[in-house]
Design a protein around this ligand. Structure first.
Ligand SMILES: Nc1ncnc2c1ncn2[C@@H]1O[C@H](COP(=O)(O)OP(=O)(O)OP(=O)(O)O)[C@@H](O)[C@H]1O
Length: 489
């Protein structure tokens, strides 16, 4: 039974405007119970192959299967643990919080204390994950690969930066997992690893750099293939009849709550972000209007601040996560994209709700707006719920653009949105007035005008349907863009 199947896979990457073929017609299979070592010179394409197997990249041609499923399905990774190169940890989480979060993604996880003990990080559980030294970070990555009690381990240079103690703990764990029959695919260049592997590996495969002159193909098996009987540590499960691959169901509600909790503690640990929002909200007190005009001003100000939070701030946070390599760490776990996106959305709505409450309290008091509680609630809910499509748009945009250019693109979308919402007197040319009706910003503005009891165009259900439709389309775009994200490599 194959846990990994790579059939006739080609991968072409772009270097500037130049196309470069990295993998050409690769056939590669890993059976249950094997310990395969993938060798090859720098730049041969080993990491690219692992990224394809884990669903971080998509093949240009051919087919990849992981645990019998498409690697893009998060459930394919519930029994897979991976250590990859060039990943990073989030800046505002402690070691135990990060491990706890990743534990929540797996249906059959170990406890935080146990896993930290296994990699020798039990004394660092209260430390900030981003402040660990190189070797400790590598131990943490290994811990994260083990938390879900994997049946398959995919390791890309896992002993890089490890000291003698770290190395010893690593091989101790690997031996233990082998005794339990865990399948392993490992890339290494380290001579000391190769010494250990001579006792453990069942197969060596070498990947050669692609060029047209290769006659044997890009992948060759080493001549000295070890049989299962030759290896010193034999798998206890080897004699047992091979079971079908079992995909355990995840507790999606638990993952969702953990994800929201982590989003919130990360926000609370970014006081400048929160202070900025509070100061921005307090600007309402300097608006010099009274009566009906004050109500209009309060509404426009609220819309502006919510659009800024949902498009600019949220997208920026995601861009930073992508650029830092933190998202890559998440992508090798079975975290369902929809849950990740929903948690970001709920956190944004929470911040929006708190901000709007603050603006309304300050506004009603300072601008002496005479309105009843029912209307205040109507305004509150239409403002907060109506902003959902824009928050999802911010998320989709943050995955579709390069992290470095997100600021300028998102910055442009807000004035563009305000111009297209019909708030500006666009009387000439006339066709612009019709075009504006296609802008979700226009429908959001009309919804809020209705809620505030101000004059609007009397098409409430049309506006609600438009916003619902826009939310669905942007949501689909966000999930698609998250899965296809190629920046995080
Ligand atoms: N997203 C990308 N954009 C451009 N080039 C890429 C991209 N990903 C990989 N490459 C190129 O593909 C080639 C293979 O890279 P890869 O990292 O897979 O090699 P490797 O065998 O893992 O190397 P190493 O042993 O140094 O880790 C390299 O020349 C690399 O520059």
């Amino acid at each position: 039974m194959n846990l990994i199947e790579v059939r006739q896979v080609c991968k072409t990457v772009y270097q500037g405007f130049q196309k470069k073929r990295v993998l050409n017609k690769i056939d590669f299979f890993v059976e249950k119970g094997e310990f395969v070592v993938l060798l090859g010179e720098n730049g041969a394409g080993k990491t690219t192959l692992l990224n394809l197997i884990l669903g971080i990249l998509q093949p240009s041609e051919g087919e990849v299967k992981l645990m019998g499923l498409s690697p893009e399905e998060s459930s394919a990774r519930t029994s897979v643990g991976a250590v990859l190169q060039k990943t990073n940890v989030p800046p505002n989480l402690k070691v135990k919080e990060l491990v706890q979060l990743v534990c929540s993604y797996y249906p059959n996880s170990q406890t935080v204390v146990d896993i930290l003990k296994k990699v020798g990080l039990e004394d660092q559980s209260e430390a900030w994950a981003s402040q660990l030294c190189g070797g400790e970070t590598q131990r943490l990555f290994f811990a994260l690969a083990l938390v879900g009690n994997p049946e398959l381990l995919i390791l890309d240079e896992p002993t890089k930066h490890l000291d003698a103690k770290g190395d010893e703990l690593f091989w101790q764990e690997i031996r233990r997992y082998r005794e339990q029959g865990v399948t392993i695919l490992m890339i290494t260049h380290s001579q000391s690893d190769l010494k250990e592997l001579s006792q453990l590996a069942t197969r060596y495969v070498t990947l050669h750099k692609f060029n047209e002159a290769l006659t044997e193909g890009q992948l060759t098996e080493s001549e000295s293939i070890k049989s299962q009987e030759d290896i010193l540590v034999k798998c206890k499960n080897q004699e047992k009849p091979q079971k079908e691959i079992v995909i355990h169901p995840q507790n999606v509600v638990f993952i969702f709550l953990q994800q929201i909790w982590v989003e919130i503690i990360q926000l609370l640990r970014t006081p400048l972000f929160l202070l900025g929002i509070i100061l921005f909200a307090c600007c309402i007190t300097v608006i010099p209007f009274q009566g009906e005009v004050a109500k209009q001003a309060l509404l426009s100000f609220s819309v502006l601040i919510l659009l800024t939070i949902s498009i600019e701030r949220l997208g920026k946070r995601v861009s930073v996560e992508r650029a830092e390599g933190w998202l890559k760490l998440l992508r090798v776990t079975p975290l369902p994209p929809i849950v990740y996106i929903a948690a970001k959305l709920v956190t944004t709505l929470l911040i929006s709700a708190i901000t709007i409450t603050l603006i309304m309290i300050l506004g009603v008091w300072r601008l002496k707006i005479d309105t009843d509680i029912e209307q205040v609630l109507l305004i509150f809910f239409s403002l907060v719920l109506g902003v959902i499509p824009f928050a999802v748009f911010g998320l989709a945009l943050s995955y579709l653009t390069q992290p470095k250019s997100y600021d300028s693109i998102a910055g442009l979308s807000i004035p563009l949105g305000l111009a297209s919402c019909g708030a500006l007197p666009l009387t000439h040319p006339h066709f612009l007035e019709d075009v504006v009706a296609f802008s979700p910003f226009y429908h959001y503005r009309e919804l809020t005008l209705w809620a505030a009891g101000l004059s609007y165009d009397q098409h409430l259900s049309l506006h609600l349907l438009w916003l619902l439709w826009a939310g669905g389309v942007f949501g689909f775009m966000a999930v698609w863009a998250y899965k296809r994200d190629s920046v995080i490599q």
